[in-house]
Design a binder for this molecule. Structure first.
Ligand code: ADP
Ligand code: MG
Length: 335
């Protein structure tokens, strides 16, 4: 999720913009609306995804370039994880105001450490100077296109959630959003919680092994990049269903108990950048899903899919909470 910026009223939101100008009928729009597009490459099905990071929008100026290299690839691998894909290779587009060797050393070390860990080779890209009006330094712009391979027979996408399915989330929610608030001086946490939240914000881990293990088990999967409610909304709309979430079941960060309730809701329900996998699965798969949890990556059953539409989050006493919160959207009035 990007750093909040000034309001831009009376413009279409990010998803209305994509739908109006870029989504085209049937064959041309394979995959628009899912985390990856699936392309039949004759015997192999490729999963393709692209993410764009812009300085001042997605990360603050002065961000550790090693973390940036890691994160630029991690957010793309996270989309491959949501598709249940195995990474194959990636392309790197880079716009830089200046070619600083120190910056490039750190950026490439962060990038390649993650690429190596997932056997994902850099196979091309494009590099350009980034200038603003009048020749001033422009923002750093990083765009990665990642390519993986996937089994189309077990691919879930976002449209297969059915009433009665359980809703699950991996790991914890809200840590990255809390990390951003900490960095902006808007939230006080203990030293340990502060370090954990900043690490989560800067060094997200794509859940690739879990994504592959969910193939054939989950009915719908998405990675949570723009906040739980917003990304769940994508599953609900594309599946034509509604959902109910149990606030008490949502995995919150450690050291969060003293944080005011409304701020907890904002981080856990609407905070972005967690890159956990949110998925639905039939109740009959409950035991098999639970067996995929590990000490390093727990899985929480956080609610259920209902007929109808929309999502309600219920407190333990049944009252709905956080009803005004949504996911992050570029060009939304509050963007
Ligand atoms: P993610 O968060 O996984 O990157 P989103 O939830 O933002 O994806 O979904 C946006 C959908 O629209 C994705 O399928 C993405 O590929 C597609 N999309 C985004 N921008 C464009 C664009 N400029 N042209 C075509 N498709 C786009
Ligand atoms: Mg995604």
């Amino acid at each position: 999720m990007p750093v909040p910026a000034a309001a831009t009223p009376a413009a279409p939101g990010e998803f209305a913009l994509i739908e109006r100008w870029f989504a085209r009928a049937t064959t041309e729009r394979q995959g628009i609306g899912d985390d990856c597009a699936l392309i039949d490459a004759g015997g192999t099905t490729l999963a393709l995804t692209k993410d764009l990071l812009v300085e001042g929008v997605h990360f603050l100026p002065g961000t550790d370039p090693a973390a940036l290299g890691h994160k630029a690839l991690a957010v793309n691998l996270s989309d491959l994880a949501a598709a249940g894909a195995s990474p194959r290779c990636f392309l790197l587009g880079l716009g830089l105001a200046e070619a600083s060797s120190a910056w490039l050393d750190a950026f490439s070390s962060g990038l390649f450490a993650l690429a190596r860990a997932h056997a994902c080779a850099l196979v091309g890209g494009d590099t350009t100077r980034s200038l603003a009006a009048g020749g001033a330094h422009g923002p750093i712009v990083i765009s990665i296109t990642a390519i993986g391979s996937v089994d189309p027979a077990t691919y879930a996408g976002r449209s297969g959630a059915r009433p009665g399915d359980d809703l699950w989330i991996s790991g914890t929610l809200g840590e990255a959003a809390a990390g951003l608030l900490v960095r902006q001086g808007r939230l006080e946490l203990s030293d340990a919680a502060r370090a954990a939240c900043l690490r989560r914000l800067d060094w997200p881990e794509p859940r690739l092994a879990l994504g592959r293990a969910l193939a054939g088990l989950a009915s719908a999967v998405i990675d949570v990049s723009d906040g739980l409610l917003g990304d769940l909304g994508h599953i609900l709309r594309r599946s034509g269903v509604g959902a109910e979430l149990d606030w008490a079941a949502l995995p919150r960060p450690e050291g969060f108990a003293h944080v005011p309730e409304e701020l907890q809701w904002r981080c856990v329900l609407a905070g972005g950048d967690d890159y956990e996998l949110l998925f639905s699965a039939p109740r009959t798969a409950r035991e098999r899903v639970a067996a995929l949890a590990t000490a390093a990556l727990p899985l929480a059953r956080i609610g259920r899919i209902l007929p109808g539409g929309g999502c309600v989050v219920r407190a333990p006493d049944g009252r709905p909470i956080g009803t005004t919160l949504g996911g992050y959207q570029h060009f939304a009035p509050r963007d």
